[in-house]
Design a protein around this ligand. Structure first.
Ligand SMILES: [Zn+2]
Length: 351
C-alpha cells in the first residue's frame, strides 16, 4: 500500500494509538510522499516552541525540543520562535531588531544544513519526509516601531508573529501589564500588513482589549498559541496568562485556534496540574468552542516555571494523547487538536 493510503487508512480507522505509532508507520511506509499528499493525514504541528535553543537562552530547560525529539514524537512541523523582546531584559545587548535577527540566523542555519525545510507559503505545507520549520517571532518589540522591519523579517522567512511578549510594546499591551488598551495606530498597521504579506497573527500574551482589536480588524484567522482556560470567578497574578471563555470565543469566531499549553496552576477554586486536567480542558473547549478551534502549543524551551505532571517535553506527547483518549476525545478530535486545526489556519494565512 502506498504511504498516502496507508496513513489515511490508519488515521481513519484509528490504527495509530500514539504519536510514536504514527511516526513508525510513516517510516515503515517508505519514501517521501508527493506534493499532492497534504492535509488528509494526521499531522502533528506545534505553533509555539523554541527548539534547538535558537533563541540562545542561558537558562536551558528540559522542555526544550530538539529535531531528534520532535521527529521521534511523530511531529511534522514546528515553529522556531525567536524572542523579540529579549534585549529588553537586563544584561542583554543589542536592539530588539538586531537581537531577533541574530536568533533567526540560527533557524536559517538549520535550513542551510538540510536539517529542516522552511515553510514559506501554502504549497510548502505539503507532507514531506523533511521536517518543516516555521520561522516565528514572539514579541513585536523586534519591529522597533518600524513597518519596514516587518517586511524585512517576512523577506527573511518569518511567517508567524506573536504580537506581544512580556512587555508592552509599540503594537499594544500584554497580559501582565498594569496598563490596558487597544492596538496602537502602529499596531493596526502591523496587523494589516501581516494580513497582506500572509503571516499568522498570534495574540498569545496580548491583553484582552488589544486581542479584541486584533480580531476586529484581522481579515484572516488568528491564534493564541499558548494559553489555558481561566475558570469563571478566578483571578490572580499567577493566572494572568490565561483566557476566560469570552476571550477564547473571540479567537474561535475569527476561524482561529486557541492552543493550550503544559503550564500547571492552582487557583482558588480550580487546579490544572495533571495531563487529565489538560485533557478535560480540551473536552470543555470542544463543547464550548467546537473541536475545530482547539489546539495545543507546547512552549517547549520557553522556561515554564511549572508544568502539569506527566509532561516533561514533546517526548511526553504520547502520554497526552493517551489522556485525550481516556477523556473521551475521538481519533478525529485528537488529529484536529494536535495539528490539523493549526494547519488549517496556516493554509488560510500563508499566501
Ligand atoms: Zn510565550
Amino acid at each position: 500500500m502506498e504511504r498516502r493510503s496507508f496513513l489515511e487508512c490508519g488515521a481513519a480507522y484509528g490504527l495509530f494509538s500514539t504519536a510514536s505509532d504514527l511516526a513508525r508507520a510513516s517510516d515503515a511506509a517508505g519514501s517521501a510522499p508527493s506534493v499532492s499528499q497534504t492535509e488528509e493525514v494526521l499531522v502533528i504541528a506545534d505553533p509555539h516552541a523554541h527548539p534547538n535553543n535558537i533563541h540562545a537562552t542561558r537558562s536551558r530547560d528540559s522542555s526544550m525540543p530538539t529535531l531528534e525529539t520532535m521527529k521521534k514524537a511523530g511531529m511534522s512541523l514546528c515553529s522556531f520562535s525567536a524572542v523579540g523582546d529579549r534585549s529588553r531584559y537586563p544584561g542583554r545587548v543589542g536592539t530588539p531588531y538586531s537581537d531577533t535577527q541574530s536568533q533567526l540566523i540560527n533557524v536559517k542555519r538549520l535550513e542551510d544544513i538540510g536539517a529542516i525545510r522552511m515553510v514559506l507559503n501554502a504549497i510548502d505545507l505539503r507532507l514531506s519526509a523533511d521536517f518543516a520549520g516555521l520561522m516565528a517571532i514572539e514579541g513585536g518589540d523586534a519591529l522597533e516601531g518600524q513597518l519596514k522591519y516587518l517586511d524585512a523579517f517576512h523577506a527573511y522567512g518569518v511567517r508567524l508573529m506573536t504580537l506581544m511578549h512580556d512587555h508592552d510594546n509599540e503594537i499594544g499591551f500584554n497580559q501582565r501589564s498594569s496598563s490596558d488598551g487597544p492596538l496602537t495606530p502602529f499596531g493596526v498597521r502591523v496587523v494589516e500588513r501581516m494580513n497582506e504579506l500572509g503571516m499568522v497573527v498570534d495574540v498569545a500574551h496580548a491583553k484582552a482589549s488589544t486581542m479584541r482589536h486584533v480580531a476586529q480588524i484581522c481579515t484572516r484567522p488568528i491564534i493564541d498559541s499558548h494559553t489555558s482556560l481561566l475558570a469563571s470567578g478566578e483571578d490572580g497574578p499567577g493566572l494572568r496568562r490565561l483566557r476566560p471563555w469570552d476571550e477564547m470565543e473571540v479567537i474561535a469566531k475569527s476561524g482561529g485556534v486557541v492552543c493550550t499549553w503544559p503550564f500547571a496552576y492552582v487557583g482558588h477554586r480550580s487546579q490544572r496540574t495533571t495531563l487529565a486536567h489538560w485533557a478535560h480542558e480540551i473536552v470543555q473547549m470542544k463543547a464550548r468552542l467546537g473541536i475545530e478551534h482547539c489546539g495545543i502549543g507546547t512552549d517547549g524551551g520557553g522556561g515554564l516555571p511549572r508544568m502539569v505532571a506527566g509532561w516533561d517535553s514533546i517526548a511526553s506527547l504520547d502520554n497526552l494523547i493517551g489522556a485525550f483518549k481516556v477523556a473521551g476525545l475521538t481519533e478525529q478530535d485528537i488529529g484536529a487538536v494536535v495539528g490539523g486545526n493549526f494547519m488549517r489556519v496556516l493554509r488560510k494565512c500563508l499566501v
